[in-house]
Design a protein around this ligand. Structure first.
Ligand code: HEC
Length: 382
């Protein structure tokens, strides 16, 4: 199989891969300074941000890439779906591995938020068990398993070793094997050129929209981070029903629906009759008016028009997805937790309490609506 040369169709696939490599690089940098113990994790992250040369940029870049990589992958996915890649037998493996890759990517985001072990990370660590409790049958067991088995060093190993290895295997099957035939270096160098504008945007964002971390000297405002996109949003979206509903509708929206969509999408190639060849799709069976059909064919035969139309469709679908994400999460003030939970208020408020696994001591952790409300509206709920 021959991959086309640099073409905007492959643009976001290549871009995702490149920023993934950039993410790997910034991650390796962070490994050297990060200390995965409860008492030192927060300090070590502060040290990276405030003392290490370039540390703040690298850390914030790591966050911004974590956020944007999903968008880039999303664009790539929309593009591949519109191109009906799932119809080609030869692309089945790529399709399946591509969709499955979303899982480790998602888990990387979730574990990555916990690692700095400030109150945001602590909140996330508590919400994972709360969320998993809604899974039928094994839910309660899973909940206590997540609480009991949690240590920072375990999540650290998962984040820097297990998930990256799984991702690498999936990516390898997804396209590296195909690419080896064509020459990875050639492909990469071509994509690197067109990825430059995006990387510049990421660096600018990482420089100017940073996580406040100079406390106790400079303390953020409680609502800081509203409207500012962050990787936390992807998990918050799943948890939203916990805030707005009670009862059975929560697992419906938070677990069954996403799972159904995910599995359905992953196995799309198996629902349709596969095609052996890779020629362009011709829609024969669309029952269209003759006149309209002729006009449609003429438009689709015109390269520029076709490009324009698919471009608009991709943008539209992308806009719908991102607006949903935005509407769900824009008012979560992700950066302001330290306004109240900071060191100048004493050790209890500075870093997560030692009794973080004991919900008898900290009963709020079991109250899903309280927890969600506290994340979204800390000044009101408290
Ligand atoms: C307006 C001040 C304020 C802000 C802002 C704030 N918190 Fe809190 N938070 C508190 C107070 C006070 C408590 C203790 C409430 C209680 O015990 O009833 C608390 C409790 C908690 C708890 C419950 C567990 C415990 O140990 O008591 C978690 C988790 C938490 N906050 C996380 C966060 C996160 C994450 C953010 C940022 C999104 C945040 N907080 C922002 C004041 C704040």
């Amino acid at each position: 199989m021959v991959l086309p040369k640099v073409h905007w169709r492959h643009y976001f696939g290549g871009l995702s891969f490149l920023i993934l490599i950039l993410q790997l690089t910034t991650g390796i940098f962070l490994i050297f300074y990060y200390d995965p113990t409860l008492s030192n994790a927060y300090k070590s992250v502060q040290y990276i941000t405030n003392k290490v040369y370039g540390g703040s940029l690298i850390r914030n870049l790591h966050r911004w890439i974590a956020f944007s990589i999903f968008l880039s992958v999303l664009l790539h996915t929309i593009r591949c779906t519109l191109r009906k890649d799932f119809l080609h037998r030869k692309k089945r493996v790529s399709w399946l591995t591509g969709v499955l890759f979303l899982l480790p990517l998602f888990l990387l985001v979730v574990t990555g938020i916990i690692l700095p072990w400030e109150w945001k990370g602590y909140w996330f660590m508590e919400m994972i068990p709360n969320y998993s409790e809604f899974i039928p049958v094994i839910g309660p067991t899973l909940k206590s398993f997540f609480i009991e088995s949690f240590t920072l060093s375990r999540y650290f190993v998962i984040h820097i070793l297990i998930l990256p290895i799984i991702s690498l295997i999936l990516i390898d099957y997804h396209f590296l094997t195909l690419l080896r035939v064509r020459g990875i270096f050639r492909y990469m160098s071509r994509h690197a050129l067109i990825a430059i504008p995006f990387i510049i945007v990421l660096i600018v964002l990482a420089t100017y929209i940073t996580i406040p971390s100079e406390d106790p000297e400079i303390i953020p405002m409680p609502l800081e981070g509203e409207y500012i996109p962050s990787p936390e949003w992807y998990f918050l979206i799943l948890l939203l029903p916990l805030m707005y509903y009670r009862g059975d509708i929560i697992p419906m929206l938070s677990i069954y629906l996403p799972l159904f969509l995910f599995v359905g999408f992953a196995f799309l190639p198996y629902f349709f009759r596969g095609k052996e060849t890779e020629e362009e799709e011709v829609e024969e069976n669309a029952p269209m008016e003759r006149g309209f059909r002729v006009i449609w064919d003429r438009i689709m035969n015109n390269r520029a028009m076709k490009g324009l139309i698919t471009g608009i469709v991709v943008t539209l679908i992308f806009a719908i997805f991102t607006s949903l994400l935005y509407v769900g999460a824009y008012n979560s003030p992700t950066l302001g937790c330290n306004s109240c939970h900071n060191l100048s208020r004493g050790i209890r408020m500075g870093i997560p309490p030692e009794a973080f696994k004991d919900r008898n001591v900290l009963p709020n952790l079991n109250k899903n609506q309280w927890m969600m409300g506290h994340w979204f509206y800390p000044t009101i709920i408290w």
